[in-house]
Design a protein around this ligand. Sequence first.
Ligand SMILES: Nc1ncnc2c1ncn2[C@@H]1O[C@H](COP(=O)(O)OP(=O)(O)O)[C@@H](O)[C@H]1O
Ligand code: SF4
Ligand SMILES: [Mg+2]
Length: 419
Amino acid sequence: MTPHTPEPTADAAPPILTVKDLVTTFDTDAGRLTAVDGVSFSVRRGRTLGLVGESGCGKSVTACSIMRLLPQPMGRIASGQILFDGQDLVTAPPEHMLKVRGGQIGMIFQEPMTALNPVHTIGRQLSEVFLLHRTRDRREALALSAGILAKVGIPSPEVRLGEYPHQLSGGMRQRVVIAMALACKPAVVIADEPTTALDVTIQAQILELMQSLQREMGMAILLITHDLGVIAEMCDDIVVMYAGRIAEAGPVEEIFAAPRHPYTRGLLDSIPRLSTPRKARLNTIEGMVPGLADMPTGCRYQNRCPWRADICASPPPEQVIVPAATAPGTTKAGPRDSRENPVAGTPCRESRAADSFLWPKALSPRHQQSTPATAGKNNPAHHPCRESVNGGAPHPAAARVACHRWQELPTYRRPDHPL
Ligand SMILES: Nc1ncnc2c1ncn2[C@@H]1O[C@H](COP(=O)(O)OP(=O)(O)O)[C@@H](O)[C@H]1O
Ligand code: SF4
Ligand SMILES: [Mg+2]
């Protein structure tokens, strides 16, 4: 497989972080196992990219590879590039990574209790970040710490500085972790399941906080989650990972409107809906993600895929789906074979799907203003591909899919479709 990251189109924000063909391995008793296998994506300035997939599909290993925080000595980046601010972090010297971590790329971990040291006060832990990157003056570091605690909505920050993590609630602890990640105004924040350990109301508060801080500080966010509701609420782009590889990637509105990969379809169908009758069985994807030691050759989803065919015994190439606005020859992101642009000049597959698609309620207002789905429900002509055909705004980016049969699959209909 040769992953291929489309070049941004003219209206897209430029990438600040680009991961290219990343391969990360672990040396184990069972030999060298590949946890991340040829993953490529870009995180754009001021935007949020969601990395989604079931447990064990390589999301956290991808994040730890970017931060060069793989467990040693067994974890290593076997190949690929991680380009940040013009430098490849894979080959950057350790002292450069000390500056990058916390200073230029912040990280929010899933479980605040493991991210915070239980035997040090909040003030000591937070001021350490400032002492490392901003100032040598302890008093100034403490004042900056109080300032950032106030910014993340912690009341009486000066008092909290003297407290220990166990004296704070789970939501407050996660706010402290966010404060630590944002302390030095990083260009990129990696948030690995930042709300999974929190209850639902606190989850919403934390997500809102991240959104408002992003608006204020303009950082790019790489948001790792297994929750598609969070993706719909927060993200501009999405990368769906399965068993260490990318199954599908592209703009959120496009992937939600017309998922092409059977795994993405399965994930979307697994979301419980208000319209599901009580006591009805929830949809699930049968089976489990294969273990690293027994990955099938060919498509890694084949053991669970309802559309599996003989061709699936060979690995599917990653195909770039070029929107009508960027027909062959007009962009570097042009198709690599004739199947890849079935839509030039005509309404595309997702536009047709958008005609009758019900958009998730969780979708954020900024998406709702412009999505094909909301437009599609009442006026499908507003879908980007048709807009571009009609001379409207160009499509923000191409999508990618790694499935042999995506063009043969029936048009996707959500389970609660009225027809
Ligand atoms: N230290 C390690 N040694 C061996 N395998 C590991 C190690 N850390 C993670 N893995 C494996 O890498 C794969 C991806 O893990 P991870 O990235 O944590 O998944 P997730 O998508 O849930 O974040 C899993 O199969 C996991 O078992
Ligand atoms: S290549 Fe596509 S159709 Fe074949 S098993 Fe994989 S996901 Fe299913
Ligand atoms: Mg994880």
